[in-house]
Design a protein around this ligand. Structure first.
Ligand SMILES: Nc1ncnc2c1ncn2[C@@H]1O[C@H](COP(=O)(O)OP(=O)(O)O)[C@@H](O)[C@H]1O
Ligand SMILES: [Mg+2]
Length: 455
């Protein structure tokens, strides 16, 4: 289904149809294609451990039902195995074909929590099976080009048959180096396929460092090196990651990590429930899967809250009532951490119908494919004459404090990747927002009822 078609379907739903219309999520999972011709026998190493995308929940006492639930729905750890990766065959095939078979570099991008690190980890395993040496590193804001790439060199020098000896790289260990020096040494010395995965590339602040990474990709190709670079980062579009280097497009494949189909998310939810020792009603599972709007992170977060609600209620089956409690708890927890964003969304959900509808369209676009394109949303919203362009503009103005502009004019992404799905739940009445201070008030009431400060 094209983006316009599902936006049209969602429009019908947002304007008062049924929730089922919203489950027409894109991209059915296709079958596996045969991959790879590279000899077997590589190694996967991490110069630094990969950090979880989000803070992991506080661990419950091990062995308890709660600990089992937290382990099953863990939102803090990327998927490590192919079997655990839901609905990403197409993206995996695209990466394998372009990087391993056609020798291109790769750029993987999408929202926080969309599953970029998981995808690149599983890709790394596949590349490893096909004989490539795969090395990971995490970028951070203040690292220079040499600091970003030095760990790969030292790691490569420890791998038997990696092609690099410590003596070869001695000059690069103590002094800064540029893309040309790095590409030259890799092209001259390394004869086996090597893939350098650089995660969290969006954190790199220095334009000079970004530029050197772009130069590295081009030089490695020009020098016929066997090393390829796969960069991974949060972005609305590929331009956000390769700003100012359009010529790179020829040397690389871009892999957008968007929404996963609702059926794959439902399977994932049922799998997590089983692992947690719970069962789930079919309708309840569909509801959680559709509320995640394509995001495996939201699926796990909502699922975790539903499972904990079941445990608290002393039941082992998740039904729609438990799901309602779970959504409410997930929202309340998020609201405590992100009060400004959550309160803004609550106000948005109370706007007149036209404004609410446009904001829901914006949230839906962001949930399913990270970016929000103002021209596209405007065209869709005013297309059949039902809405005034001023309403669309007012909706964008309302969201301005929580939208981040992309490198492409008129495109945005949400600062907080949790926001779009929470808005859609508020919009459809599946979360009933209590006043922001309600929790505090009821805590205070309970405290006073128990004797308060005089006790
Ligand atoms: N395809 C997937 N199938 C199942 N779970 C996934 C998938 N992709 C991501 N997840 C889960 O979602 C959460 C966020 O994934 P992660 O790869 O860290 O996202 P990102 O790197 O885009 O921020 C993790 O809990 C991870 O286990
Ligand atoms: Mg990540």
């Amino acid at each position: 289904m094209g983006f316009k078609t599902w936006l049209a379907a969602i429009k019908a739903w947002l304007m008062g149809g049924t929730a089922e219309a919203a489950t027409g999520l894109p991209r059915p999972v296709t079958g596996e294609r045969p991959m790879g011709r590279v000899p077997v026998g590589g190694a996967v190493r991490s110069p630094v451990p990969v950090a979880p995308a989000f803070a992991a929940p506080a661990p419950a006492p091990s062995g308890s039902a709660r600990a089992r639930i937290h382990a099953a729905f863990d939102t803090g750890m990327p998927v490590e195995s192919r079997a655990g990766l839901a609905g990403r065959s197409e993206e995996l095939n695209r990466l394998v074909e372009a990087v391993i078979e056609n020798g291109k570099h790769g750029i993987v991008f999408g929202a926080r929590g969309s599953g970029k690190t998981s995808l690149s980890r599983v890709f790394g395993d596949l590349a490893d099976e096909k004989g490539a040496v795969v090395l990971y590193n995490l970028a951070s804001g203040d690292l220079s080009f040499s600091e970003l790439y030095r760990p790969y060199l030292t790691e490569l020098a420890t791998i038997p048959g990696g092609g690099l000896r410590r003596g070869d790289i001695a000059s690069l260990l103590d002094a800064p180096f540029d893309a040309r020096a790095l590409a030259s040494i890799l092209a001259e010395r390394v004869r086996r396929p090597v893939i350098l995965v650089l995660d969290e590339f969006d954190r790199v602040e220095s334009a000079a460092t970004k530029s050197e990474v772009a130069a590295l990709m081009k030089l490695l190709t020009d020098m016929r090196a066997t090393t390829r670079v796969v960069t991974v980062g949060i972005a609305a579009n590929v331009e956000d990651l390769i700003q100012g280097h359009p010529s790179l497009r020829r040397h690389m494949v871009s892999v957008p990590v968007g929404g996963i189909g609702a059926e794959s998310l439902k399977d994932l939810f049922v799998r997590c429930c089983t692992q947690a020792g719970l069962t789930v009603e079919d309708g309840a599972a569909s509801e959680v899967a559709s509320a995640a709007y394509g995001s495996p992170y939201h699926l796990r977060l909502f699922g975790l809250n539903c499972a904990l609600a079941a445990e608290k209620a002393g039941v082992s089956r998740i039904d729609r009532e438990i799901v309602r409690i779970g959504f409410g708890k997930a929202f309340a927890d998020w609201r405590m951490l992100s009060a400004t964003t959550a309160d803004l969304l609550v106000r948005c959900a109370q706007l007149p119908t036209g404004h609410r509808f446009v904001i829901a369209l914006i949230a839906y676009a962001a949930a399913m494919r990270t970016r929000v394109d103002q021209a596209e949303i405007t065209a869709l919203a005013i297309g059949d004459g039902s809405l005034d362009p001023a309403v669309v503009q007012a909706a964008f103005d309302m969201l301005r404090p929580i939208l981040r502009p992309s490198a492409i004019d008129g495109q945005y992404l949400f600062d907080d990747a949790l926001a779009p799905q929470f808005y859609l739940l508020l919009h459809s009445g599946r979360i009933d927002p209590q006043p922001a201070d309600q929790g505090l008030r009821s805590d205070l009431r309970a405290f006073l009822e128990q004797g308060g400060p005089m006790a």
